[in-house]
Design a protein around this ligand. Structure first.
Ligand SMILES: [Mg+2]
Length: 363
């Protein structure tokens, strides 16, 4: 089997909140690049990447340039192709647009491999379990009032979510007591048995994280995420050592090597890996193995319809972030039953682009 052709498109996907209907702003869109890699045996693999922002046109071109280099290659030899692309891109990696583009290619190659071998990706990668816990993400944002956050939290509980994430690092940098109020009001709304995570998105200094984190230890948070600058491994380690609440982090770092430094420094209790920034499925799985060797759980970042496969594959996969930013791209995505995502039986990613939606989202 050989790769025969490819098609790349930039899309603007509407930024809705299908989980709790608490949109930040009506009509806003998120730029995304999609890829179709076609083989001479008729199998087509799909890939997605983003974080191009105002450079999404450049990201679309980068995906096309790398995809052109895969034509004629055996799609089952993924590491050979990755090495070829790295070499061809010279020193434009290891982070940035090169890695974002590589991720789309790598995801599409794994989709092809699954389809060629007639196995769903999660089974090909290890198949540890066929259902994984998932948490609602993107609804309980820091921009909401406390009342709105409570209302959204109620909606998520009614929908059957057993885990959900809110945010601190509130707008205007309020006093610590006001920050802590956010997690308290959400906890009040959901009761003691729902797992509650909280994302800071790098907005605190390490000493602020220790102060505010200590004040909310009794809220029983499942984790505090990205409490300070993502590559301040020592600063993170100080916070992790100081707090009883587990610290999660890793979505903002690029490639696999920073995870080595992060884990060796004991910067986090829970390793979070973003598939676009790490370099696709192949690299995601390598970080998962690294975390396992250090007795650390691993969690996903966004795109649950794809990440559910890698989390389910690993023995140390903890939970899948259900951030439904891209589900509108597909005809169907994995169902949630009893707070868990059900892994698909279909080969590869088990996803099919919704062609009508794709046409409507064309940038
Ligand atoms: Mg985050």
């Amino acid at each position: 089997m050989k790769i025969k052709s490819y098609e790349v498109a930039a899309l603007n996907v509407p930024e809705t909140d299908p989980l709790a209907n608490m949109e930040e702003e009506k009509g806003r869109t998120r730029p995304v690049v999609i890829l179709r890699l076609r083989t001479d045996s008729g199998i087509e693999g799909i890939g997605v990447t983003f974080y191009g922002g105002k450079m999404t046109g450049s990201l679309r071109v980068a995906v096309g340039e790398l995809a052109a280099l895969t034509v004629g290659e055996d799609p089952l030899r993924i590491e050979k192709i990755v090495a070829k692309l790295r070499a061809a891109a010279d020193s434009s990696g290891p982070g940035g647009i090169f890695t974002l583009a590589l991720s789309a290619i790598d995801i599409a190659l794994w989709d092809i491999k699954g389809k060629a071998l007639e196995q769903p990706l999660w089974k090909l990668l290890g198949g540890h379990r066929d259902r994984v816990p998932t948490y609602a993400s993107g609804s309980l944002r820091r921009g909401l009032t406390h009342d709105q956050a409570q209302e959204a939290a109620h909606t998520l509980v009614k929908k059957g979510f057993k885990q959900m994430k809110t945010q601190m690092g509130l707008p205007g940098n309020p006093p610590p007591a006001e920050e802590v109020r956010r997690v308290r009001v959400v906890r009040e709304a959901i009761g003691p048995d729902i797992a509650l995570m909280c994302d800071i998105n790098q907005r605190w200094r390490p000493e602020q994280a220790i102060d505010i984190g200590s004040r909310c230890e009794d809220v029983g948070l499942f984790w505090l995420e990205d409490v300070t600058t993502a590559d301040d491994y020592q600063g993170l380690a100080r916070v992790t050592a100081a707090l009883k609440t587990p610290i999660a982090g890793g979505e903002y770092v690029w490639g696999i090597v920073p995870f080595r430094h992060m884990i060796e420094a004991r910067s986090v209790d829970i390793v979070m890996v973003d598939i676009a920034r790490v370099g696709g499925v192949s690299q995601w799985m390598k970080v998962a193995g690294m975390a396992e060797a250090f007795n650390l759980p691993i969690v996903s970042h966004v795109m649950p319809e794809i990440l559910v496969h890698v989390v389910a594959a690993c023995p140390n996969g903890l939970t899948v972030e259900y951030m439904p930013w891209m589900i509108a791209l597909y005809e169907e995505t994995p169902a949630i039953e009893n707070g868990e995502l059900v892994l698909p039986d279909k080969p590869g990613l088990g996803l099919k682009f919704d062609e009508k939606a794709i046409a409507a989202f064309k940038a």
